[in-house]
Structure formats: C-alpha cells, structure tokens
Unconditional design. Structure first.
Length: 256
C-alpha cells in the first residue's frame, strides 16, 4: 500500500532522517577538507564558531571533538532534534539565517551544504551577511559555499536524478534550473515504511537561486567584509563531489 503527501520547502521527519543518515555524512566528507584548508589554520583552539544552516550537525560535532566551542543555527526544529542526538554537547539555536541576532562573540562563522542558495533574493542574502558581520568579533572569518548561476546551467546538476534505497526508506532527487528567472527547483521524493507493506510517499520541492560572483563580492563589500577570496572547490581545492561550486572566505576587519 502507498500513501502520498506533498509539501513545499518543509523539513519533515523523513527528510531530516535521510539528511542525518545519508546527505549529511556525504557533505561532511566534502566540507572537512575545505575547513582544514581555509578555516582551521587561521583560528586557534577553543575559539567560538557559529555554523549557519547547520542541519543535523555532523560538521559541528567534528569541530566540537577537536576542541572548538560550537553553536549551530537552523530554522527546522526537526533537523535540530537529530542534531541534538548527533552532538549533545553542542549549543543550538532555532532561527533563520536571514533574521538572527547575536552579539559579536564568534571568531568564525561558516555555512556549507549550499544553504545560502535557498535564500531567493539578494536583499535577504545581504541581510544574512549583516547578521554574520554583527555576530563576528573583529578580524573574524566568514566562510560559505555557493553554487553560482553558471553552475546551475550545467549538466552536472540540471536534470540529473540521484537517489538511494534503504530497508526503511528510499529517496530520489532531481534539480531543474530556469535561467530566465535565475531560479531552480529541487524535487525530492521520499518513501518511508510506516508499517508492514505500507509505504508513505512524500514529495518536497526546494527552491534555489543562482547568483553571480560579482553580486556576492559586491554584497560582502557593502556589508563591510574585507580580504574576500573565492575558490573553485574542485579546481582550486582539489575536493571532488562539488562541481560548479565555489567557496567564499572573507574577514570582518579589525576595530580601529
């Protein structure tokens, strides 16, 4: 028997579980080398680090185990429930990257897993950058990844279907990008075993936005960030699995 349900841009239970058990560990393998190359050499142990759009927090747990003080922010309570199980010693805040307010107590802020591509207009992305700037100490580092609009147009993402089948759930994912409006949709279908021979289908749609490198650099400069560097994750950092994706690294300048 198959039950079906549709949701739009929601962090439902099957999605959170799949992220925790499958997608999160996959992003972890990609993100760790990036942080080891671009972030950790420039901060000292035990400093405060903030992870935006932390999801189920595999990266924060790794940083916590290395001796850093880590706080995670995510707008989904369901995702944070898994995060608390995965890293019970981390601090967590239920909040939206576009609207959070924290004092300047963090030495570094990062966001990986392409979370900022789900912010659909430049004004809200700039608001996010303002929030990060306010939460950073002087000379603090801000690192995030992003798929630029050119990347969404390439065949490595557009129209490609991926998926997996487990004993208690299965999932499939496909992305479609519309360059005329610079927006795309990620279509995710999950199947979860509710009881014997009864599977529940859930269709979720995630909107994404493609930005240009110039837009992002200009937005960071407008907020006040300096020392802005951009890295192609595969070509410059030799990290596979993130084709057509870049990483921005910048600083909040020292107080004068």
């Amino acid at each position: 028997m198959l039950l079906s349900e549709t949701s739009y841009c929601e962090f439902n239970e099957p999605y959170a579980r799949i992220y925790s058990e499958s997608w999160g560990p996959g992003y972890n393998k990609i993100t760790l080398p990036i942080l080891e190359k671009l972030l950790l050499p420039y901060i000292t142990e035990k400093v405060n680090i903030l992870e935006l759009c932390c999801g189920t927090v595999q990266i924060s747990k790794w940083l916590l185990d290395k001796g850093y003080q880590v706080t995670g922010i995510d707008r989904s309570e369901t995702m944070l429930e898994y995060a608390r199980r995965n890293a019970p010693n981390c601090k967590f805040i239920l909040g939206d990257a576009r609207f959070f307010e924290l004092p300047p107590s963090f030495h570094a802020v990062f966001s990986t897993g392409l979370g900022f591509n789900h912010i659909l207009n430049l004004e809200e992305l700039i608001s996010t950058f303002h929030n990060v700037y306010a939460a950073l100490q002087s000379n603090g580092i801000f690192l995030f990844d992003l798929r630029l609009e050119d990347g969404y147009n390439r065949s490595t993402w557009n129209g490609v279907v991926t998926g997996d089948v487990k004993d208690e759930y299965a999932w499939a994912k496909k992305g479609i990008y519309h360059p005329d409006i610079r927006e795309g949709r990620i279509y995710i279908t999950t199947f979860q075993l509710e009881e014997r021979d009864c599977w529940k289908r859930l269709d979720t749609v995630w909107p994404v936005r493609g930005y240009s490198k110039t837009e992002i650099q200009s937005a960071l400069e407008k907020v006040g960030f300096t020392e802005i560097s951009v890295y192609d994750i595969e070509l410059d950092l030799a990290v596979t699995g993130m084709a057509d994706t870049v990483c921005f690294v910048c600083r909040k300048p020292s107080s004068t």
